[in-house]
Design a protein around this ligand. Structure first.
Ligand SMILES: Cc1cc2nc3c(=O)[nH]c(=O)nc-3n(C[C@H](O)[C@H](O)[C@H](O)COP(=O)(O)OP(=O)(O)OC[C@H]3O[C@@H](n4cnc5c(N)ncnc54)[C@H](O)[C@@H]3O)c2cc1C
Length: 388
């Protein structure tokens, strides 16, 4: 093997980088293997709620974001931040050399030469052997496939989102404005005094749009916007640079079993690879950050606590148990949020008069108002180290 490591994280997205930064804080060494040639910032912007900001506080990043991005909700936190800024802030908390770009993992197998290690092969032929492998590798997770997890399904919705820029400041309020139409929903909110986030979601099962150019995405967005008498949306679309349009198929997987299928030996998945969720609650990324902090705390206990130093249980068994415990703890929360996001997501693009009536007069006002969202977003990830 070219490299022998304690912990290898596959995927340098927001979850993988948060996990690496958290491990570093608790004194554990890890490397991050990221397939891209740079930190990926696809999606332009992401909404971070109180739970995510609590996780980022532990890494000393929250205030930096608070200084730049407005709070959309008032007493609780909801900030729409640029992904690039978030990823760079996380990467700045990780020692140099930890993130290995251009490192696409192409195969995973149990080591034949070092029992209890897992071997990874990269596309360039280099190899890694690790005591712990954590796949933070997103919805198309190679680690998930190796564990035997099902691929996430399309929910029959496409989304276009963008970040509009107004160099001389905009006059959008700090509220998140959302409008429901016939199988289409639109929304926008201020990010900074000069930037506005906007989105469009509609019912569409087509998968063959991958080669669509940014110009075509912009035209498509303008076409959908015509269904609404909301001039702010048109303004946003027209003030969005082509590189700031993104289009996505919305996917999810509702996990049925609590833990065993997410852990084999000392290999597991976290973030979207573990619980791919529709973006309707804006919680997928927030949960990936929670995962990173909680797993780092658990591994710190496993490797560094006094009990671990005197334990007679072999280290690989303790690691395995830690990964199982992690999923046991996380499952109720991630599963409930994935289910809730699926329900909210499917209702917003309702396709019949009766469904729209129920949505607009009962479901949205009573069930999906900010107060209800708040409950889940107030989750406190706790400290990085166990204090007792
Ligand atoms: C349209 C849309 C809007 C969203 N809005 C929000 C929102 O407002 N708020 C929110 O909290 N969440 C939101 N989400 C969800 C959020 O984007 C994800 O939950 C979050 O990015 C998950 O982080 P992650 O690190 O697990 O995975 P990712 O961010 O997907 O990162 C995975 C990384 O793994 C790398 N990788 C993959 N395979 C390999 C491999 N074989 N070898 C090496 N590297 C590999 C990828 O290149 C990537 O960098 C949204 C999602 C979508 C699709």
């Amino acid at each position: 093997m070219d490299h022998k490591e304690e912990i290898v994280i596959i995927g340098g997205g927001m979850g993988g980088l948060c996990f690496a930064a958290a491990l570093h804080r608790v004194g554990l060494k890890a490397v991050v293997l990221e397939q891209s040639d740079r930190l990926r910032a696809e999606g332009t912007s992401i909404t971070l709620w109180t739970n995510a900001m609590k996780a980022l506080e532990l890494l000393d990043i929250a205030d930096q974001l608070r200084n730049t991005y407005v709070n959309v909700l008032g007493p609780h936190e909801m900030r729409c931040v640029e992904r690039k800024v978030l990823l760079e802030a996380l990467a700045a908390q990780i020692p140099k050399g930890t993130i290995r770009l251009n490192s696409q993992v192409t195969s995973i197998k149990k080591s034949e030469t070092s029992p209890n290690f897992t071997d990874l092969e990269l596309q360039d032929g280099s190899t890694y052997s690790a005591k712990v492998v954590v796949g933070f590798d997103g919805v198309n997770s190679i680690v998930g496939s190796w564990l035997g997890l099902k691929k996430p399904n399309s929910v029959g919705q496409l989304e276009i989102r963008g970040m509009a820029e107004f160099p001389n400041a905009h006059n959008f309020s700090n509220l998140f404005r959302i409008f429901y139409g016939n199988q289409v929903v639109i929304g926008f909110n201020s990010m900074t005094p000069t930037k506005v986030f906007w989105l469009l979601i509609w019912t569409d099962w087509s998968e063959g749009w991958r080669n669509t150019t940014p110009e075509q995405i912009k035209l498509e967005a303008l076409e959908h916007a015509k269904d609404f008498q909301v001039p702010e949306l048109q303004l946003c679309i027209n003030n969005t640079a082509l590189e700031h349009f993104t289009k996505n198929t919305i996917r999810q997987r509702i996990n049925e079993k609590s833990n065993c299928d997410q852990v084999v030996g000392n290999v597991t998945v976290c973030g979207d690879a573990s619980h791919p969720t529709t973006p309707s609650l804006g919680q997928g990324g927030c949960m990936a950050l929670e995962d990173g902090i909680i797993l780092a705390r658990k591994l710190h206990q496993t490797f560094k606590s006094k009990e671990s130093q005197i334990s007679e249980v072999p280290e690989h068994e303790r690691i395995h148990q830690t990964l199982l415990d992690f999923h046991q703890e996380r499952y109720p929360r991630t599963n409930a949020l994935t289910r809730k996001a699926a329900m909210v997501g499917s209702s917003v693009t309702s396709n019949t008069f009766i469904k729209r009536f129920l949505r607009d007069w009962f479901f949205i006002p009573r069930g999906v108002h900010a107060g209800n969202y708040m409950e889940d977003t107030l989750f406190d990830v706790g400290n990085l180290k166990v204090t007792n």
